[in-house]
Write a protein that binds this ligand. Structure first.
Ligand code: 13P
Ligand code: SF4
Length: 307
């Protein structure tokens, strides 16, 4: 099947099965075209919690589909590729977190949504990159255990002054950004401001003009790019898909990725072919054991309540 046939068949299957396709904004253009909604982790969680579809097909990575199942247990949740697993989420484990909780009794556990269900179940509140600072701020009178992203944790600590114990996990896509990348990008694209995702390391974040989640970066560009004069522009410090999408949307503007190496291979495992098979064969179904789901849902709902 060619692209158009795949898109047509996906749309038909989706309608016949009362399915909704949710896609993270790091998905490529084909998947974004097939999707009903494209957004960042927080927006997608809200959509998953509120949908009246019978099937949610999650074009993203494992923890996102798992979060959808936790929030919408009566829906069938499908992940088109079994290999779409976020390596940072795999760096956190429930046993390690339990040990840390024993060492710091009374600490509040804030866990990044990029984590397995078992780790969420050991947490008091979940956060995403768009609300992490305000959630840490909310709990900052207590000691905080923050897992698994060390960069996002350090960023929240620097902004709030909270007393935090931070897990040593990272995203290989954002942690790879370096001051060297900024030096080269600013040299090649003078007069451009730098927008960076908070999963990047501190020595990159400290040079950023704006720090935000994928949707916050997109919104910043939408709100400011038309007013920028022709000498000015933006350098996008997150997964390259965001810069590609914005360059396509504003071809007359100066928009550049911070570095071409920022590709999330796991996000790119979803294709129109496996999305079609996923809907056709209702694979691969994501399930979470009920006792874990109930605890993880409490932490996720706490985040939604505070967002
Ligand atoms: P967002 O919260 O910006 O969607 O980020 C999720 C993610 O996996 C970034 O690497
Ligand atoms: Fe995980 Fe990083 Fe990919 Fe986001 S970009 S899904 S944090 S590996």
């Amino acid at each position: 099947m060619d692209r158009e046939e795949l898109l047509k068949n996906i749309a038909e299957l989706k309608k016949n099965k009362n399915a909704v396709i949710l896609a993270h904004s790091y998905q490529d253009e084909d998947i974004r075209t097939a999707a009903d909604f494209v957004g960042d982790s927080l927006e997608l969680s809200k959509k998953a919690a509120g949908t009246d579809a019978d099937i949610i097909v999650f074009c993203g990575v494992d923890f996102m589909a798992e979060s959808a199942k936790i929030l919408s247990p009566d829906k069938k949740v499908l992940l088109p590729s079994r290999e779409a697993a976020c390596p940072m989420a795999g760096m956190a484990d429930a046993e390690g977190l339990k040990e840390l909780k024993k060492k710091h009794p009374g600490a509040v556990v804030i866990t990044y949504i990029n984590s397995p269900a078992e780790v969420k179940a050991e947490s008091d509140c979940i956060c995403t990159s768009s609300n992490a600072v305000s959630i840490v701020e909310h709990y900052k009178d207590k000691k905080i255990i923050f897992a698994p992203d060390k960069n996002l944790g350090a960023y929240c600590q620097a902004l709030t002054g909270a007393d935090m114990v931070i897990w040593n996990g990272w995203c290989y896509v954002h942690d790879e950004f370096s001051p060297g990348d900024i030096f080269i990008a600013k040299h090649e694209h003078p007069n451009c401001i730098l927008l960076v995702h908070p999963e990047a390391p501190a020595d990159v974040l400290e040079q950023a003009d704006f720090i935000g989640s994928t949707t916050q970066i997109i919104k910043f560009v939408e709100e400011n790019i038309e007013e920028m004069n022709e000498d000015a522009g933006v350098i996008i410090g997150t997964e390259v898909e965001i810069a590609k999408m914005l360059m396509h949307r504003y071809p007359h503007k100066r928009i550049y990725p911070l570095a071409d190496h920022a590709v999330c291979l796991q996000m790119k495992k979803t294709t129109l072919e496996n999305l079609y098979s996923s809907l056709l064969n209702e694979q691969f179904e994501i399930n979470v054991p009920e006792e874990i789901r109930i605890k993880a849902a409490a932490a996720l709902n706490k985040m939604l309540e505070l967002s």
